[in-house]
Write a protein that binds this ligand. Structure first.
Ligand SMILES: [Zn+2]
Ligand SMILES: [Zn+2]
Length: 289
């Protein structure tokens, strides 16, 4: 989970960094570090969701019901296409599912290629633009349903079953899109939300006082690989305009990634070493965010 050295960071700088005081790091590779932090975050979020089940469960059930309805609508639409494909219809509704499935298979293949050449992070971001053709197909389906003059009479099974699937699929895709956008672009917001649900105190004030590492510092270079290190919380490069802080244990994070974590923790997400003193109270901790 490292990215190629760019800008002022070079392999020569990496060699220089190797001669300096080595960073205190866990005895695992960067990929394992990120996996370890991810596992901890997932456990914490699961635990927070369990404690706040009263509103998490209804939301989850709504999503499950919507997904089940979409699946049911899909099965009905497939059966209708197979059974009534030869019956006259003034719009090509029988092609809707075919186009949708072909695009789905093609976009999955593109995602696998992106994942293979550019890593998991790039493939996650690529999902958003790859959604655009899917929405165009849904819009095409809406247009066919609205513009059809006789299909409801000549081929009612195909018309109504495909129409119902288009509607429910649009609803499901809409919810899925916004959940994806929230998780991808609002990752820190989602993390902050779940960490705020925890009753345990944090150390946000201590994080704000941690030493800052400049974006062209040699400290950001992995001395083993010569590549820029990544923040183990968001799995993004540390060599950006974002403020990077160094925990007392030596691990580096974006400040804005460590703050949400430390709203309910006072230890390093990776090695569990103490980061700083607890905030005086949850209220005073949150005012520092
Ligand atoms: Zn980060
Ligand atoms: Zn640490």
């Amino acid at each position: 989970m490292t990215s190629q050295v760019t800008g002022p960071l070079t392999r020569a700088a990496a060699a220089g960094a190797a001669e300096r005081q080595p960073l205190l790091r866990a005895n695992v590779g960067p990929e394992q570090q990120s996996d370890r932090v991810r596992q901890r975050i997932v456990m914490e979020v699961t635990d927070a969701a369990r404690r706040h089940w009263i509103w998490v469960v209804p939301l989850f059930l709504c999503f499950v019901v919507l997904a089940a309805l979409a699946l049911w609508g899909l099965i009905r639409a497939i059966i209708a296409v197979l059974k009534y494909e030869g019956v006259p219809c003034d719009v090509p509704l029988n092609m809707y599912l075919v186009v949708l499935v072909v695009w789905k298979l093609f976009s999955d293949w593109i995602l696998k290629l992106i994942q293979f050449y550019s890593g998991n992070n790039a493939s996650v971001y690529a999902r958003i633009p790859l959604n655009i053709p899917s929405w165009c197909i849904i819009a095409w389906g809406f247009y066919m349903v609205q513009s059809s003059e006789s299909c409801a009479k000549t081929n009612p099974d195909l018309f109504y079953d495909t129409r119902d699937f288009i509607y429910i699929h649009a609803c499901y895709s809409f919810v899925h899109l916004w959940v994806s956008i929230a998780c991808i672009f609002g990752y820190r917001w989602v993390l902050r939300l779940f960490m705020q649900m925890s009753a345990t105190p944090g150390c946000v004030a201590a994080v704000r006082k941690l030493p800052k590492i400049s974006k062209d510092s040699e400290e950001l270079i992995d001395r083993d690989t010569g590549w820029v290190m990544e923040c183990s919380i968001c799995i993004s490069s540390l060599a950006t305009d974002e403020v990077v802080v160094q925990a007392p244990c030596g691990h580096l994070y974006h400040e804005e990634c460590l703050v949400p974590w430390c709203q309910s923790h006072s230890d390093c997400p990776l090695c569990r070493a103490q980061i700083g003193d607890l905030d005086p109270s949850p209220a005073s901790g949150s005012t520092n965010v």
